[in-house]
Design a protein. Structure first.
Length: 115
């Protein structure tokens, strides 16, 4: 670790610098953060791998990959159906579909389309 204590740099010290220097510093800081995050990620990954190896487990035993069979996709139950096209429905959540808006504008009532 270096002797530079970033927490001791004050806002006043920074704002006394020209903006082009601050922007150059910002670019270097972003790059340093990227490099440091990647280094830490690799270190943590290697530590976890060593811990898993020493435990006698495998990565997939501890963190199973969900299969397509086990993944459930949440779908809202259709509450309203387009009488002109039975393939179109609306669950009553979010924006009303255009077919429903058109029918409501034509004087129909929402209850007319309840399933």
């Amino acid at each position: 670790m270096s002797d530079l204590d970033l927490n001791k740099i004050t806002l006043e010290e920074l704002t006394n610098n020209p903006s082009k220097d601050l922007l150059a510093f910002q670019d270097k800081l972003h790059k340093a953060i990227e490099i440091r995050r990647e280094t830490e990620r690799v270190e943590i990954y290697e530590s976890v791998q060593a811990l898993i190896s020493n435990s006698g487990f495998t990565l997939t035993e501890l963190f199973p990959v969900p299969s397509e069979k086990n993944i459930k996709i949440a779908t809202a139950k259709i509450k309203y159906r387009n009488p002109n096209n039975k393939d179109e429905g609306w669950a009553g959540k979010g924006r009303k579909p255009s077919w429903l808006v058109a029918l409501l504008d034509a004087g129909k009532k929402l209850e007319d389309f309840a399933v």
